[in-house]
Design a protein around this ligand. Structure first.
Ligand SMILES: Cc1ncc(COP(=O)(O)O)c(C=O)c1O
Length: 369
């Protein structure tokens, strides 16, 4: 293949449509600090996502760190090792001890049946991830949180636009955190957001993302600078115009992959999550023992052909040097996570990926030699 294919490629609007937004910024000279585009994007995203309150952020990681601060989470937090490093890093940045719990291999999300045994008197919250946009076992998790008096903060970095039982998945838990990073379904280059249940919580979060300032002279907390700039917010407004088409296209590619790979010996895909309208943000495959190549063998074979998959999520967070000493990080505690992490490859999926290239990718996987 002449040009390499990457696991994702951002979906960008026509450049000429962005120029009027830039002209407006140049005219009014408001670059940040809750400017007009920032306010408009918060409103537009609430409407699009079906939520009541949302606070924009400079990126998803700062949003996660701030979400934990906003709810004054401390002690120990139960989370998944099968995620991007930022999930657990947000805990360390708050001096919180992550307690890893294994995943359900069908969803790649925290296994709710394993949560209770990990709760100690120091546990204050659960930080699950809607991995690949697959909804977590939200009802079961909430039930456990209610019994033990725990908060639930969802890392919803992958879950933009995901609907579960006919409603947005983002209303579950106490807070949900989105990422608008360049690799995400909806991107503002860098960006993120916290979905808040009420105006009071949003206000506290808005203070926290602005150094803790409530007004010119009142500083309410040792907040951080997590504000989204007008440039990113303007881009977000324009991106919203194209998001439905982009999601539709992703779902078509996902369907094509599922169909083409259904009969390939040694390759399996995750089950379609029940009662879910997904966002096809990732397309993971699992390379089994009966496939002619190992996972890394297939990964390399694809790479040699110019097809860049990604081994998401490998290594596991629990194997990273800053976490591997924790007792919950032991491999015997996390068998499904290790199994998946050792066999997964996420295939390229993005709105601009032509169908012929999807066919080339599945053709290579079906006949790797
Ligand atoms: C699951 C997960 N959580 C958090 C993040 C961090 O988001 P950001 O890159 O916007 O800081 C990412 C991705 O980047 C992610 O995939």
């Amino acid at each position: 293949m002449k040009n390499p294919i990457y696991v994702t490629q951002p979906n960008l609007p026509p450049l000429e449509e962005f120029i009027p937004y830039l002209e407006q910024i140049w005219d009014n000279k408001i670059l940040t600090n809750n400017g007009p585009f920032h306010r408009q994007l918060e409103q537009a995203l609430c409407e699009y996502l079906g939520v009541d309150h949302l606070a924009l952020f400079t990126n998803g990681t700062i949003a996660l760190v701030t979400a934990l601060q906003a709810l004054r989470i401390s002690g120990e937090v139960i989370t998944t090792p099968y995620s991007f490093a930022a999930t657990a890093h947000s805990l360390l940045w708050n001096n919180i001890k992550p307690v890893f719990v294994d995943i359900d291999p069908d969803t790649c999300n925290l296994d709710p049946a394993r949560i209770e045994e990990a709760i100690t008197p120091k546990t204050t919250a659960i930080l699950p991830v809607h991995c690949y946009g697959n909804p977590c076992a939200v009802e079961h998790i909430q039930q456990i949180a209610d019994i033990y008096g725990l908060k639930v903060i969802y890392d919803a970095a992958h879950a933009f636009g995901v609907r579960y039982k006919g409603k947005t998945v983002l209303r579950h838990g106490d807070l949900s955190v989105l990422s608008f990073h360049a690799t995400k379904v909806f991107t503002t280059f860098e960006g993120g957001a916290i979905i808040c249940p009420d105006a009071k919580t949003k206000q506290r979060i808005d203070y926290l993302k602005n150094f803790g300032f409530a007004d010119e002279v009142t500083v309410t907390a040792s907040g951080i600078n997590g504000k989204m700039s007008e440039f990113n917010a303007a881009l977000g407004l324009l991106q919203l115009k194209y998001i439905d088409d982009a999601l539709q296209r992703r779902r078509q590619i996902e369907a094509r992959y599922r169909q083409a790979l259904a009969e390939v010996p040694g390759i399996s895909v995750l089950p379609v999550p029940p009662e879910t309208k997904g966002n096809a943000s990732y397309f993971p495959i699992l390379v089994g023992a009966d496939y002619p190549l190992s996972r890394d063998g297939l990964y390399q074979r694809m790479k040699d052909a110019g097809i860049n998959g990604r081994r998401y999520f490998y290594p596991l967070i629990s194997d990273m040097p800053m976490y591997r000493g924790l007792s919950s990080a032991k491999a015997e505690n996390l068998q499904h996570s290790h199994q998946l992490s050792g066999h997964v490859i996420c295939l390229p999926i993005y709105p601009g990926l032509p169908e012929e290239q999807v066919d080339v990718i599945t053709g290579l996987i079906a006949k790797p030699k």
